[in-house]
Design a protein around this ligand. Sequence first.
Ligand SMILES: [Fe+2]
Ligand SMILES: [Fe+2]
Length: 231
Amino acid sequence: MALYAIGDLHLSFGTDKPMDVFGGGWSNYVEKIKEGFSQLGTEDVCVLCGDTSWGISFEESLPDFKFISELPGKKIILKGNHDYWWDTVSKMRAFFAKNGIENIEILNNNCFFYEGAAICGTRGWVAEDEADVEHNRKIMAREAGRLRASLAAAGDADVKLCFFHYPPRFRSVVCHDIISVMNEFGVKGCWYGHLHSHAHSYATRGEAGGINYELVSADFVGFAPQRVITG
Ligand SMILES: [Fe+2]
Ligand SMILES: [Fe+2]
């Protein structure tokens, strides 16, 4: 049994935005995802770090979730900046239940446990428009609050792991609000996606300030879920 993570599957079964058009690593990416997940067993768990489906509604994203559901293992999803189908937790749960999808859980102000380790996280934030200081401050504070709620839900779990869509740090950007919450709860490792192609080189990977950072966007990891915990 093992815990895995991968981000940015960018599935498009219900829409017309296949990523193959970008060529390179994205050619035949659906087949690569299937191959990557073939290493998982039914009892394994994989956190999907956002940008999961290009669908903009439940209807459009349903074929993507059926595909994900049929891949081996349980999945825990969090929101990415392209997950326009995302809705309230109760509506998303009802949508999955109505369609017989039973192996996808939602990480949003809550946490899950894997062998005593707490799986926590939130989307995170990276300021796209740096001029809008007030907007960025508000969104960052909201995301830090969601992370705090998720980590608080972990109680006294010995190990707390964090999963994000946006990188908490990359290039010269350091998201202090997010990192200070991780420090407060003694988090030692986090996994994130969002960075693609040339932006892979911006990623912070390895230890920085007592926290280990791992980029798991699908095109960076060859479309294979990466092991977080074994056993
Ligand atoms: Fe993204
Ligand atoms: Fe992405």
